[in-house]
Ligand binder design. Structure first.
Ligand SMILES: NC(=O)c1ccc[n+]([C@@H]2O[C@H](COP(=O)([O-])OP(=O)(O)OC[C@H]3O[C@@H](n4cnc5c(N)ncnc54)[C@H](OP(=O)(O)O)[C@@H]3O)[C@@H](O)[C@H]2O)c1
Length: 377
């Protein structure tokens, strides 16, 4: 298997490189600066379980698309990209993979980019044999897993669910990386979507308000409406599902005010001629720094909490599945390493896939359990 990690010198890239090397995957560490990837490979070589599993390096820059194409040598290759923000930097890697008929995973959480992969790149991939599995990190694997598990519970109880709401939370102290900050700016101004009454609908970013989740700790946890991958990937898992909600609760008690501010920014951003200028201004500032994020001690103080609530056609609660797991960045790195190994060794059909569709629910549940992401209800 040949696994290329593009963006290896960034914050998430370094964590993912570490996870891949520890798993014995011998990744090709790719980045835009030769010296930086070379230093990273030297640091990681002693961690490889054997000399043949030591990482190698490659240089590529999204501003030079042929250099990205050269990262791929055969349709068997797997390219994992952590080069973000994806809305502005992600296309070159997907295009290279589609042309090579290879496999692709990424760390994006940007709704507009995810939709593009499913709606535009997926059909192209079906023609070339490429396998595209975007958003394979904290965004949005746990929500896809929790949703699939709760839907399975409902089917087993013979009580089909019409609606699934997924809430993403972090329990404990939490810091965000340079790339997350830059991507959040892109999402604030990108056209958003919702899945209602069986249809994918366009909506304004920040619209949709908040929803409270009962996480069983004596208080309600609030999340604000987001466009996730679940809107695209959960309905195909169960034809009874007509509505999907994804709610982000990282901001804790600030979720309400953040939702109102996000909605106001989304409204301003959707004014023709204003949105793109404002986005460019904020994004250029947010995208200047790369490679920074919470240190290991800070990450150790945070847990991933994700819950999927299923309801019937008249809104009665049917079942809930809550997942508890490692901090978002550690989880993202482990997921990308695991997903890359799976994509390299399993048959995945050509096209764009969600995590359950790509590898099957049982395999995904087992793989996540090995990383410490498990259902606690
Ligand atoms: N879904 C999730 O749960 C999740 C979790 C973590 C991260 N993410 C996403 O993953 C992305 C990366 O996050 P991060 O914190 O790792 O960001 P980061 O540290 O800023 O890394 C960005 C990476 O992109 C590379 N890059 C920038 N411009 C490039 C170019 N022209 N050609 C090639 N590479 C280029 C940077 O290279 P240099 O190293 O040379 O600067 C760096 O490796 C973000 O979009 C973030 O939102 C998502």
């Amino acid at each position: 298997m040949r696994i290329v990690l593009f963006g290896a010198t960034g914050y998430t890239g370094r964590l993912t490189a570490d996870a891949m090397v520890r798993a014995g995957l011998a990744p090709v560490l790719a980045g835009r600066h030769h010296d930086a990837v070379s230093r990273l490979a030297d640091r990681l070589a002693p961690l490889a379980p054997s000399p043949v599993a030591e990482p190698t390096i490659a240089v590529a820059d999204v501003d030079d698309p042929p250099s990205v194409r050269r990262l791929l040598q055969s349709p068997e290759d797997v390219l994992v990209s952590t080069v973000g923000p994806f809305t502005s930097l992600g296309a070159a890697a997907v295009d290279a993979v589609v042309d090579a008929g290879a496999a692709y995973l990424d760390s994006t959480g940007e709704s507009g980019f995810i939709r593009r992969v499913f709606e535009t790149d997926g059909p192209r991939a079906q023609r070339t044999g490429a396998r595209l599995i975007p958003a394979f990190g904290y965004d949005y694997v746990p929500g896809n897993l929790a949703a699939a598990l709760v839907l399975r519970r409902c089917r087993e109880a013979n009580r089909p669910a019409s609606r699934v709401d997924v809430g993403y939370f972090v329990d404990g102290s939490f810091g965000i990386s340079s790339g997350t900050r830059a991507s959040a700016t892109e999402v604030l101004f990108a056209p958003s979507y919702a899945f209602r009454s069986g249809h994918l609908l366009d909506c304004r970013p920040g619209a949709g308000g908040t929803r409270a989740f009962d996480l069983g700790r004596g208080r309600q946890w609030k999340g604000m409406a987001m466009a996730g991958s679940e809107h695209l990937t959960v309905p195909p898992l169960d034809p009874a599902v007509t509505d999907v909600g994804v709610w982000l609760g990282w901001a804790g008690r600030w979720t309400g005010p953040v939702s109102i501010a996000g909605s106001a920014l989304g409204a301003v951003g959707s004014i023709p001629g204003v949105g793109s200028g404002l986005r460019r201004g904020i994004a250029s500032r947010a995208g200047k720094v790369t490679g920074s994020g919470p240190d290991a001690a800070t990450r150790a103080g945070a847990r991933t909490l994700v819950q999927a609530d299923a309801t019937d056609a008249v809104g009665r609660p049917l079942a809930s599945v809550r997942l508890d797991g490692p901090s978002p960045y550690d989880l993202t790195a482990d997921l990308l390493a695991w997903g890359a190994a799976m994509a390299a060794t399993r048959d995945v059909a050509p096209g764009a896939h969600g995590p359950v569709d790509a590898f099957g629910l049982d395999a995904l549940e087992r793989g996540c359990a090995d990383m410490g992401l498990v259902a606690v209800t």
